[in-house]
Ligand binder design. Structure first.
Ligand code: SAH
Ligand code: SF4
Length: 350
């Protein structure tokens, strides 16, 4: 369990057994532990005072040693399509970002797993900033709690995607804890972890009892392209990555999402569109084409292909019997690609 700045324990991210240890000499009855846990992971209580079903004396005793401490929303940017991009700050001044897309029916929340990224993809603002610290499982879950309360989504059906800043499979233990906590309110069938293809991380994910959906950022059809575009991920060759995907245990009817950021002149040729279905042959996948989201300051010289070329690429994949969709960018007017909002904070503070 982590501690808050005043050294009291932070209940955000605590497991049942950690809460039991904390309550041990106050009120060790299992139903009390369950009550506190319920307030934290299902009702998303913002403070001990919110836990109204607990006797006041118990809340007071607990307050001497524990707090409920979530990250703070330090900025919000609303796009015209309803997408809201949030910057969230932790106690050490680290700022990360998250996104809420409130479409009809289910809202989708996009979480960050690290405050930077060591993979260093050339088309990614987070990568351009380089490695940042890991977020703990509690910090990731705190992000979720803060956003769900902010967007008035407590108790509403949600999708959660790990597509914000960072590479979740390079922060595996924290990811696993956050998934365990999330699973108390969101079915893991509605949670997607996106990875740049960290093979040992995929193997660990495959061994979890309860697994989320998997999305893999492929972004290239040759090793040479991939090594250039995603230097930190290319350590695991395409052949090893594809073998790990073939071995990945999928539940019936599930598919792996293959993400492919389209960059003009790098990976958008008819040759690429010919190679991609061959690479993915026999794998239960759906391909999500993502037109590159430009950032002239941090990612100069890179552009998305024109819409016609994107549609032609998609059509070529469909003709080869791949299940393909194009992610026409949400929140384009607020710079919805990961890292872009935080980059403003870093620049502002510099
Ligand atoms: N590190 C993980 C998850 C975070 S990135 C991963 O790479 O999968 C989430 C998605 O955003 C990835 O598919 C990535 O390829 C994509 N992405 C990053 N920068 C982008 C940009 N500038 N435009 C469009 N997509 C981008
Ligand atoms: Fe990291 Fe993903 Fe960005 Fe690559 S695309 S730098 S893996 S966050």
């Amino acid at each position: 369990m982590t501690r808050s700045p005043d050294l009291r324990y932070n209940l955000v991210g605590a497991t049942r057994s950690e809460i039991a240890a904390l309550l041990g000499d106050i009120d060790p009855r299992p139903y009390r532990v369950e009550q506190v846990y319920h307030w934290m992971v299902r009702r998303l209580a913002a403070s001990l005072d919110d836990m109204t079903s607990l006797p006041k004396a118990l809340r007071l005793s607990l307050a001497a040693r524990a707090v409920v401490h979530d990250p703070v929303i330090v900025e919000e940017l609303k796009a015209s399509d309803g997408t809201v991009k949030l910057a969230l700050g932790y106690d050490d001044g680290v700022v990360i970002e998250a996104v809420v897309m409130a479409m009809e029916g289910h809202a989708t929340i996009c979480l960050s797993s690290q405050a930077g990224c060591a993979v260093g993809c050339r088309f990614c603002v987070t990568g351009a900033f380089g490695p940042g610290r890991h977020l703990s499982g509690g910090e990731i879950f705190g992000q979720y709690r803060a956003i769900v309360r902010y967007a008035n989504l407590v108790g509403r059906p949600l999708n959660v995607v790990f597509m914000g800043m960072g590479e979740p499979l390079l922060n595996f233990d924290a990811l696993a804890r956050s998934l365990e906590l999330l699973a108390e309110t969101v079915s893991l069938r509605r949670v997607t972890v996106s990875t740049s293809g960290i093979v040992p991380g995929l193997e660990r994910l495959a061994r979890l009892d309860r697994r989320p959906n998997l999305a893999v950022s492929l972004n290239a059809t040759t090793q040479k392209q991939r090594s250039y575009l995603m230097p930190g991920a290319a350590r695991w060759p395409l052949s090893e990555l594809l073998a790990a995907l073939r071995a990945y245990p999928l539940e019936r009817g599930r598919r792996i999402t293959i993400e492919y950021v389209l960059l003009e002149g790098f990976n958008d040729s008819p040759e690429d569109a010919r190679r991609l279905p061959l690479l993915l042959r026999g794998l239960p996948v759906k391909v999500n084409l993502i037109p590159f989201n430009p950032d002239s300051v941090h990612l100069p010289g890179l552009v998305a292909p024109g819409d016609e070329r994107i549609n032609a690429f998609a059509a070529q994949l469909a003709a080869a019997h791949l299940n393909v969709t194009v992610r026409w960018s949400k929140g384009r007017d607020v710079g919805a690609a990961c890292g872009q909002l935080r980059s403003r904070h870093v620049t502002d503070r510099a």
